[in-house]
Design a protein around this ligand. Structure first.
Ligand code: ZN
Length: 162
């Protein structure tokens, strides 16, 4: 547990307390399971209200360690997915010291981006021209993305006209 001085202990948020965040977390955990199979699912923890502060909810590792800011209550399911993905990515990156999730085509960390209302993983793309930024998959659907073809097998290159 990451106990902060003078702060009460966090509690585990139970399924059903925050339905939008439950669904968002389920989507994020699908992506985690698809890409880091040895990692146990993320969970929600809450610090009780104190003073002027309402209860603060964080996305945490299964051992209760969290990093980054608390979740802001959004109105839509898409907002919830964006918020949970952002927070979960912070926690995984800072607590596990790894870039996550990684675009397997470009070996780059991806970021949540709202694409016409669909929360998605965005990759900055390759350094070469013709290898632009792209959307890898909707958040929660990384398991539908197939790994790239064997990297050591070269595809025939289009010849450049001289
Ligand atoms: Zn990429």
């Amino acid at each position: 547990m990451c106990a902060y001085f003078g702060r009460p202990e966090p509690r585990l948020v139970l399924i059903g307390e925050y339905p939008l965040w439950d669904e968002a977390l389920a989507a994020l955990n699908r992506d985690l399971a698809a890409t880091v199979p040895d990692q146990r699912p993320l969970c929600l923890i809450a610090y009780p209200e104190s003073g002027d502060l309402d209860e603060q909810v964080y996305v945490a590792l299964s051992n209760g360690e969290a990093h980054g800011s608390s979740l802001m209550s959004g109105k839509s399911a898409a907002e919830a997915v964006m918020a949970v993905a952002d927070a979960g990515q912070d926690t995984v990156t800072e607590r596990l010291w790894r870039v996550w999730p990684v675009c397997t085509v470009h070996d780059l960390g991806m970021h949540p981006r709202d694409v016409d209302g669909t929360p998605s993983w965005w990759c900055a793309g390759g350094p070469r021209k013709g290898d632009p930024a792209h959307i890898r998959a909707a958040i929660g659907e990384l398991d539908t993305v197939h790994p790239p073809r064997r990297p050591n097998r070269k595809r025939p290159k289009a010849r450049k006209p001289r």
